[in-house]
Design a protein around this ligand. Structure first.
Ligand code: NAD
Length: 511
């Protein structure tokens, strides 16, 4: 649908996105929409619905109606739909990637990488019947057997962030659906372009109407999800204050909630590290996707004299980085996703300078020729960042990297373990003993050894600790299956005629 919208900035004739409920797009009036910007030009390129309680209720009603049929669909029939969806996503991967780049600004290869890492979890879900299998124990007591079974919870919801509009939802909905739940997705309104295509591909793959629904919106839609009695479980990915609110409100309303939140990831570089590899890794993990990744490494903790050798190598690489529109094939880093976020990153750099960190490379005065209104920033490198500084403690979520100096490995390790966030971490060393100690003693669940962005493979679980996650289970993998199912434990006796035991009020023992 395209229409004239009076307050849409430079362009007034832009597409209006639709909710997706019960297998169909649901159009909205222009006055119930907000603008979507192209971050490389600042232009309004689409309008996204501002859904609320009514749209959430319509989606939940459709999902509840579809639940019994989907729950009872044989596992192999569900799997066939997943295989079909996998093929469709693969076939449309370039299209999905282009939509990500258009809304978010990340480079085309980076966006394609996102689609492929999302697809890994769809592929895991194709084989989910194996993971839904229960235990069967004959003879737990005399003539008594036991077995377990995993069943879906009902209607599940996913609330997702702007920075991975395909991969993060694909870490949630395949597991929820393959376990037999129906689903309501509330995507980010900043990067909604690839959303409807995902819904359309599910329909084309053969998913019954009502099993997968999409409601756009912000706080009102999220609060409606948290309070809706028809929703059983919620996985949230986003910032820590919103994640805490989602966890506390959702659990108060009796729902199972997992919230996967902010990060301030640090990589340790020991003096014996391959410094060329460490410099490549720090620059790639710090500035890739403009630092707008929850697995970005935004602190480099250099031990002993490592910083003296690492810093010049990092500066060489920074000098070669090309920044511009994400669609440009020569570009290494695209714009920041929004004008407001760009302004907040600049505030953080100002604060770092005021706190006394040494500004080695200043990304603030930066422009891309021909794109005067794009949300571009250069990359920033601070040295001598210290744990008492706010730029050490807080997530900036931009292309701002800080080098921290530590005297010993133990000091570096205790910095990571003492941080308010614990999502991902890495160590760069050629000493296997140090790497082994790091793996065992670091209090962060996702660890790279000479690997800077240790996002676990799609069949493994993903999630952090401390301020980076709320809830007991991680997303995806084995934990994802546990999260989206209820396990039942069944104890079975088949009476034999003529062999009934005498009535007894004694607590039954297993003998
Ligand atoms: P965000 O918290 O602003 O938004 C996340 C979702 O919550 C969106 O769908 C948004 O519409 C909704 N939302 C925003 N404000 C809300 C409010 N006041 N009340 C209710 N709902 C609200 O996060 P973002 O800016 O989209 O994403 C960036 C954040 O996500 C960063 O902190 C990043 O570290 C985190 N993130 C974490 C992971 C992880 O796995 N731990 C992965 C990706 C991103």
């Amino acid at each position: 649908m395209t229409t004239q919208v009076p307050d849409s900035g430079e362009r007034t004739d832009v597409p209006i996105l639709s909710h997706w409920i019960d297998g169909h797009p649901v159009e909205v009036l222009p006055e119930h929409t907000g603008p979507v910007h192209d971050p490389s030009t600042g232009a309004v390129i689409a309008r996204v619905p501002r859904g609320g309680a009514a749209e959430v209720d319509a989606a939940v009603t459709a999902a509840r109606r579809a639940f019994p049929g989907w729950r009872d669909t044989p596992l192999m029939a569900r799997s066939q739909i997943f295989f079909a969806f996998r093929e469709l996503v693969y076939r449309h991967r370039e299209e999905l990637a282009a939509l990500i780049t258009r809304d978010h600004g990340k480079t085309s290869p980076d966006a394609l990488g996102e689609v492929m890492r999302g697809l890994e979890t769809v592929e895991f879900a194709c084989g989910l019947p194996v993971h839904l299998a229960g235990l069967n124990t004959p003879n737990v007591s005399t003539k008594v057997d036991a077995h377990t079974l995993r069943q879906p919870l009902g209607v599940a919801a996913g609330i997702t962030p702007f920075n991975f509009p395909v991969m993060v939802p694909m870490w949630i909905y395949p597991i929820a659906l393959a376990c037999g739940n129906t689903f309501v997705w509330k995507p980010s309104s900043h990067t909604p372009g690839a959303t409807q295509l995902q819904a359309e591909l599910w329909k084309e793959a053969g998913l019954p109407d009502g099993v997968f629904n999409v409601v756009y919106g912000g706080r009102e839609a999220v609060n409606a999800i948290l309070e809706h009695p028809g929703i059983d479980a919620i996985q949230f990915v986003g910032s820590t204050p919103v994640g805490r609110h989602v966890f506390e409100t959702g659990t108060r309303h009796g729902k199972r909630v997992g919230a996967y939140t902010a990060a301030k990831n640090a990589m340790i570089v020991l003096p014996d590290a391959d410094m060329e590899l460490a410099a490549d890794s720090a620059v790639a993990a710090g500035y890739g996707s403009a630092g707008e990744r929850c697995m970005a490494q935004t602190l480099v903790i250099a031990v002993g004299d490592a910083a003296e050798r690492l810093l010049p190598l990092m500066e060489q690489r920074i000098g070669r980085l090309k920044i511009g529109p994400g669609m440009d094939p020569d570009v290494d880093m695209g714009p920041i996703y929004s004008a407001e976020h760009r302004a907040s990153i600049i505030d953080w750099i100002d604060k770092g300078v005021a706190e006394g960190a040494e500004l080695v490379h200043d990304g603030r005065p930066f422009h891309v020729a021909g794109h005067p209104d794009g949300y571009f920033l250069g990359v920033t490198l601070f040295d001598h960042v210290k744990p008492e500084m706010e730029i050490y403690r807080e997530e900036i979520f931009g292309p701002v990297l800080g080098i921290v100096r530590a005297t010993t490995f133990d000091e570096a390790l205790s910095m990571i373990n003492g941080h308010q966030y614990g999502n991902g971490t890495a160590i760069f060393t050629t000493d296997g003993g140090a790497a082994r100690r790091f793996e065992l003693e670091v209090d962060v669940p996702m660890i790279g050894i000479n690997v800077p962005i240790p996002v676990p493979a799609g069949y493994l679980s993903f999630g952090g600790t401390r301020g980076s996650a709320f809830g007991d289970l991680k997303m995806r993998g084995e934990d994802g299956v546990r999260f989206f199912t209820q396990q039942k434990m069944v104890t079975v006796r088949w009476p034999e005629p003529g062999r009934r035991e005498a009535l007894s009020l004694v607590f039954p023992g297993n003998r």
